[in-house]
Design a protein around this ligand. Structure first.
Ligand code: SF4
Length: 409
């Protein structure tokens, strides 16, 4: 099928399923109809899932429109967001991921390390500004005191006791285990008992060791990532799940990663959401050494979000757009292609900005609300685990059908 032009792709939100269905390849149409009917991505075979990921031409429009329809049935018309602050306590890191433009060597002039007091102060400021969550992650410096991560939690909890602490990537957890010599489950339980509420499912990139060897030879393995996540879930610590796309991977990797996440979710129920993260290539070694393409195309951004809605239906109900990696318009398009969550206000985003992203470091709650209303959807502030949702419009502004259509996993 001929590839669609960007303007043909961007026009997809105006299409209805009945407009596109007759134009689709018969096999792809029947796969999409099966998911729409069962609302369960597990009803698709591996071959059918690969075919969706490789859709081209008009079939891409079918994928996007079906995902949007499924989103409206499974997650309603709300678009949620969380008021949070990012705190990256250091940019010093020895891991050397080739896609990362944030990390520094300890002697570089712009290397920094925040004290516990500075981290705690940022959490207090965030609380005063209405944030309900701090997201704390950093580089991995050599020679960190063994109980450093526990002590950050203590400092933040003491200063802002009601703040939700979403902290430490699985890579940081593996490092903490190495530093303390504690068994993984004991280490995670200790962090939980000292205030860790949830864990970011970052450091996943592509969960395939061959791809990981290209992205970062020193990073934790696929098996280690899975072990940290499963153990966290078993310890009562819920996590997000992520995937970085648009570098060296293929659509088959997207499918395998989503199926793996679905399998873990089946077993533990511990994922709160899935967050596709588009590769920001500009300032990275991975791109400059010719090891990766220059980030995702428009079609890839849209397909990944749609595929996530379709394959994770019945498993992970919240699909988040990462507005810092996209731009505002592209975030809105992805929210029309199956996603239902805008992520966090962040207040102080550093990692994507250093890699060359230009979407900014902060989106205010008011900005989120107007971007969401512009799409004809309903803005709602949520907490980290989606258990509290606060609509940001008076209820009389919605039709009864709209107000009832929100369901959350
Ligand atoms: S992605 Fe994280 S672990 Fe990798 S180099 Fe950057 S800061 Fe270090």
């Amino acid at each position: 099928m001929p590839a669609l032009t960007p303007s043909e792709l961007e026009a997809f939100p105006a299409l209805e399923w009945s407009d596109v269905a007759p134009r689709l390849s018969p096999a792809l149409r029947s796969s999409l109809e099966k998911v729409l009917e069962t609302q369960n991505g597990a009803t698709l075979s591996l071959e059918e899932s690969f075919a969706l990921a490789n859709a081209d031409g008009d079939d891409v429009l079918g994928l996007l429109v079906a995902a949007n329809l499924l989103r409206s049935e499974l997650a309603g018309n709300l678009v949620t967001y969380v008021v949070n602050r990012n705190i990256n306590f250091t940019n010093v890191c020895f891991v050397g991921c080739k896609f990362c433009a944030f990390s520094r060597g300890p002697r570089e002039s712009d290397a920094y390390f925040l004290s516990f007091d500075q981290v705690a102060q940022k959490a207090v400021e965030a609380w005063q500004l209405g944030a309900t969550e701090v997201c704390i992650q950093g580089g991995l410096p050599h020679g960190l005191p063994p109980f450093y991560y526990r002590d950050i939690l203590r400092a933040v909890k003491n200063a802002a006791p009601r703040m939700h602490i979403h902290a430490f990537s699985p890579m940081e957890i593996v490092y903490g285990v190495e530093l303390t010599g504690m068994p993984l489950a004991d280490y995670l339980s200790m962090l939980r008992d000292n205030g860790l509420n949830t864990l970011p499912g970052t450091a996943a990139e592509i969960l395939d060791d061959e791809v990981r060897a290209i992205l970062s030879r020193n990073k934790l393995s696929t098996a280690q990532w899975i072990e940290v996540i499963r153990t966290a879930h078993r310890c009562g610590i819920r996590t997000t799940s992520t995937m970085m796309y648009g570098h060296t991977e293929t659509p088959a990797h997207w499918v395998r990663q989503m199926l793996l996440l679905r399998e873990i979710q089946q077993e533990t129920g511990g994922f709160t959401e899935f967050v596709p993260l588009g590769f920001v290539h500009q300032n990275t070694l991975l791109f400059h050494q010719g090891l990766a393409r220059s980030g995702p195309t428009l079609a890839e951004h849209l397909k990944v979000h749609a595929l996530a809605r379709l394959l994770l239906a019945g498993s992970i109900n919240n699909i988040q757009v990462s507005w810092v990696k996209l731009n505002r318009k592209l975030s809105q398009l992805c929210l029309h292609a199956g996603a239902n969550d805008y992520g966090g206000t962040l207040m102080e985003e550093n990692i994507s900005r250093e890699a060359g992203a230009t979407a900014g470091q902060y989106t205010s709650p008011e900005d989120f609300q107007s971007l969401i209303l512009e799409m004809g959807r309903i803005p709602a502030e949520r907490n980290t685990t989606y258990t509290r949702i606060n609509l940001k419009l008076p209820v009389e502004a919605f039709t009864a059908e709209e107000a009832l259509s929100a369901e959350f996993a």
